[in-house]
Write a protein that binds this ligand. Structure first.
Ligand code: HEC
Ligand code: HEC
Length: 310
């Protein structure tokens, strides 16, 4: 009996020494969550809604189900003492330090983040891991749906002996000022409504020549496509409005009509508004010039869209 015991113990020791854990160089699985715009999703560049507001309506049971639906379970365990898989065990991660699992080989990108995982940081991280920690090993597109993301964070927060208290939304977070319609415009630029009130379509037309739009676009009714589509009737028309033009999926993914706000954002930096677009044009950084061009585009219609009310 005793010899058998010792032998068992020894083989265990030898075994441990023979098998060296080798971290995977690359993730075996890549799971992308579709990121098409569903109601409740934040537009590409806008700040995320405050996590306290989202968590107030979150449901941890739905969050647990989401970790299965979204594929977190392919890489993570969630029980206390659970093993690492492709990703670390997640018990106790909320309020714990970044890279909280002892012995797990985290990327430098994640280890560089100091301090505890707050609710706000998890909101950013799970929205887009590659943006929160560029270079992270977590090859997961992110959860673009606000409700789903909050549910998952709420669930993670229950994985603890003494769960962190949920944050209470401030009055300002609960009742954001009405100016939020202008939130689509990047910070610093005046709202397009204000600029359009004093915009000049003739200057805008001159700008389309000066800035080189005419190298790729025609503007007359029935004009042919060039490198880019004809732009007659684009204001108020649908995104990718020219029938028969071969638009990118990036642009076609934007639904609904081209509003002034959206044109204002698009023309500021096409590659930021629709990453992957074929419109290889850096953008018009000057807000006044942008408004003039939009005002000109507006006139290209038998019945131009009214200017926005101020
Ligand atoms: C393809 C595998 C994979 C999927 C799918 C995945 N993760 Fe991860 N996750 C990782 C890896 C790898 C890391 C470590 C990242 C690093 O070191 O940069 C990580 C890290 C994390 C961390 C930080 C842990 C810590 O200790 O700091 C959290 C939180 C997390 N993941 C949550 C999730 C959630 C929630 C989901 C599903 C919505 C998910 N992950 C989906 C692989 C994955
Ligand atoms: C190098 C060529 C090029 C230049 C220069 C260019 N565009 Fe474009 N434009 C394109 C292409 C290509 C598309 C289609 C993009 C896609 O499918 O992703 C496009 C799309 C557009 C759209 C959306 C059309 C629709 O039907 O949804 C607008 C509006 C637009 N451009 C305006 C402008 C303006 C204004 C300028 C000058 C300030 C300009 N473009 C400069 C090539 C160009």
């Amino acid at each position: 009996m005793l010899i058998a015991g010792i032998a068992f113990f020894l083989t265990g020791l030898i075994g441990d020494n023979l098998v060296v854990e080798r971290p995977l160089k690359q993730m075996a699985i890549k799971i992308d969550v579709p990121t098409e715009a569903t109601p409740g999703n934040a537009p590409a560049q806008a700040p995320l809604p405050p996590v306290a507001v989202l968590l107030a309506k979150a449901d941890p049971a739905a969050g647990e189900a989401d970790t299965k639906k979204l594929g977190c379970v392919a890489c993570h365990t969630f029980t206390e003492g659970g093993k690492a898989g492709i990703g670390p065990n997640l018990y106790g991660v909320v309020g714990g330090p970044h890279a909280h699992m002892q012995g797990y080989s985290y990327s430098a990108a994640l280890k560089a983040k100091q301090g505890p995982w707050t609710f706000a940081e998890l909101n950013e991280w799970l929205h887009k891991p590659s943006e929160y920690a560029p270079g992270t090993k977590m090859t997961f597109a992110g959860i673009s749906n606000d409700k789903e993301r909050a549910d998952v964070i709420d669930y993670l927060h229950t994985l603890s002996h003494s769960p962190e208290p949920l944050p209470t939304p401030t009055a300002a977070e609960l009742n954001p000022p009405k100016a939020s319609t202008a939130a689509a415009a990047p910070a610093g630029d005046p709202p397009v409504e204000t600029l359009l009130a004093s915009a000049n379509p003739a200057t805008g037309e001159a700008d389309t020549k000066k800035l080189g739009c005419i190298a790729c676009h025609t503007f007359t009714n029935g004009g042919k496509a060039g490198i880019g589509p004809n732009l007659y009737g684009v204001v108020g028309g649908p995104h990718a409005h020219m029938a028969g033009f071969n638009y990118t999926a990036a642009l076609k993914a934007h639904k609904g009509p081209w509003t002034y706000d959206e044109l204002y954002e698009w023309l500021k930096k096409p590659s930021a508004y629709a990453p992957g677009t074929r419109m290889t044009f850096v953008g018009i950084p000057n807000p006044k010039e942008r408004a003039d061009v939009i005002d000109y585009l507006r006139t290209l219609s038998p019945n131009p869209e009214p200017l926005p009310a101020k």
